[in-house]
Unconditional design. Structure first.
Length: 298
């Protein structure tokens, strides 16, 4: 029997974004812009290009900008239309989501990623679903989530995006213990959230893309807080593995930027700017002149 189709994605966007204070005092972290598109747009583009039909945002207080961003904007649209600015109007229309395709759920307490996912349980019910963490921006010729859905169509169960990281960074990630490596896919035997470098079972880190079997909700139910005092999705996945359910790691192809950190956000900004034909020349020569200046100063 074919595996059930993955048509829904959860975007956890309830975090306070404290690493980007003071901006995030008034601007949701997910709407900070990479060139001219908010971070969340890259995640939504990836989901839609991977065949996702239902987008579920787990939000919190202070995220109304994000909801407005995906909605119609009658005044702006009228103004652009009157002025005959068809190209800009198209840009605005292209990012507007159909009302039927998007749902917002509030996470009214910041209890962790596992809890955030549980908040969408009633919208998922009994289907496999995707989770995309918008902080992890992945540039790839085939969207990362699409690559994972292709793997899931062969393996079933759950699939987690993975990437090798230097041992010193293990304590920033969920770390996987894998066996039976076949190309980019491996069986996951264990998973631990943010271990100390000397306790990490490998250097294979979880990156923010998951395809999860709906049984995850039962495993998350009643989980106590752990790493960082939060209810961790990682612990729910560990319980799934312990219950003998299939979980696979997938080493995706593509460039991943950690936009949850300032350095990563800046790297993504440079990379995405250089990928834009209208910016490449001017911005590229500016960067070259900066590098030349730095070299001269050394
Ligand atoms: C979350 C997950 C972690 C994963 C990481 C990827 O952590 O809990 O397992 O490795 O995303 O970005 P966070 O970065 O939200 O602390």
């Amino acid at each position: 029997m074919a595996n059930a189709k993955v048509t829904k994605a959860i975007f956890p966007v309830a975090g306070l974004g404290t690493r980007f204070l003071p901006a995030t005092k008034a601007i949701p972290k997910e709407t900070l812009t990479l060139v001219d598109r908010p971070l969340i747009q890259y995640a939504v583009d990836e989901a839609l290009a991977s065949g996702i039909e239902q987008l579920i945002f787990v939000t919190s207080r202070g995220k109304s900008n994000l909801e407005d961003y995906f909605d119609r904007s009658p005044e702006l649209e009228r103004t652009l239309s009157k002025a005959g600015k068809k190209d800009l109007l198209r840009i605005v229309h292209d990012v507007t989501l159909d009302s039927g395709a998007v749902t917002y759920v509030r996470q009214n307490q910041a209890l962790g990623l596992g809890h955030a996912i549980s908040c969408a349980r009633h919208l998922i019910q009994d289907e496999p679903f995707a989770v995309i963490l918008p902080d992890d921006v992945i540039s790839a010729s085939t969207p990362c989530l699409k690559q994972m859905i292709d793997v899931y169509n062969r393996t079933g169960g759950s699939v987690i995006a993975a990437m090798e990281v230097p041992p010193a960074l293990a304590s920033s990630y969920g770390i996987l213990d894998v066996a039976g490596v076949a190309g980019r896919v491996a069986e996951v035997r264990g998973i631990v959230e943010k271990p100390a470098a000397d306790k990490a079972p490998s250097n294979l880190a979880v990156i923010g893309r998951y395809i999860l079997d709906p049984s995850i909700f039962d495993h998350l139910d009643g989980l106590p807080p752990s790493a960082g005092g939060e209810i961790q999705l990682t612990d729910g996945i560990a319980a799934m593995i312990a219950a003998g359910q299939g979980v696979h790691a997938y080493r995706f192809s593509g460039d991943r930027f950690d936009c949850g950190s300032k350095a990563g956000f800046l790297q993504a900004t440079v990379s995405f700017a250089l990928a834009r034909s209208e910016l490449r020349e001017e911005f590229g020569s500016y960067l070259n002149s900066m590098v030349a200046l730095q070299n001269a100063a050394q």
